[in-house]
Design a protein around this ligand. Sequence first.
Ligand code: AVJ
Length: 336
Amino acid sequence: MKHYEVIDAHAGAAVSGAEELAYEVLVGLSSTPKRLPSRYFYDDAGSALFARIMRLPEYYPTDCEREILETSGAEISATMERPFNLVDLGAGDGDKTLILLRDLVARDVDVVYVPIDISEGAMQGLVARIREELPTLQVQGLVGEYAQGVRWLAANREERANLILFLGSNVGNFDMPSARGFLGRLWAHMRLDDRLVVGFDLKKDIEKLLAAYNDSEGVTAQFNLNLLHRINRELGADFQVSGFRHYGTYDVKSGAMKSYLVSLERQEVRVEALERSFVFDPWEPIHTEYSYKYLRSDVDQLADDSGFVVVARHEDRQGWFMDDVWKPRRSPKLGT
Ligand code: AVJ
């Protein structure tokens, strides 16, 4: 295996990235209420904005998870037999994973780092940073969606065990049925000696949640609005981005932070790639993101329902965030 290979997992796919985005925009903007999928936040510009969000004082999840990994990272990687792969789903800038990687390299553990991210720019940045900081570490970066990460697991099952990271409460973007569906698919492709680390943002003071998703510098607003810039760029649309406002709200019943883009006026937006227009009424919302918050009992239930046993649970001092270590609950008769 080459040291710094970056594979474009979308190459050779039946449908191009632009066609998929066009399809999602067609379906989402034709729906009532209108919606757009949050995974399209993460083009190179959006990933750079999210890296800024992670450094905002109000965005507590990153600080909490960093504290957890600094305190318990060695214990988490010690759950693995060696050698192993560290598979990082939605690695982003890899800043938090580097806490684990520095420790593994210092202890000379035989580990291959497999970051997976949909932003090519984020992946190039991450690989360059590792080359600089940890030049002996083997890295195989994949540019693609989570599904490509699952495919990678399936294709490499015979090789080594995997410590799979799904950090940052990325799982919170899924509603409950989709979370069970995705984790269940991971379960089906895991070896019995694989371990999954899932980051969950816990339910807390609603004022803290609202501040984290409506930051005072307006970076989260830019991040949300970038979705419209992206559709303008990639699909030849003519969204007047200044005619929309970011709105982040907490839904107590479902336990989710929900992000919207609200149209401030009546407008008609042409999407050239779709050869059609969409009308927005004044104050009409587009729902763009869920970020679910969990009770510890919700997490127990989710693990059980998607085929896992909780083997360890690590929280920050404030009890705001938690990294859970799960193993697949499955008879060896089903295969390793
Ligand atoms: C990267 C999905 C975990 O939901 O908290 C941050 C993205 N959105 N601020 C989250 C996000 C608005 C973030 N995740």
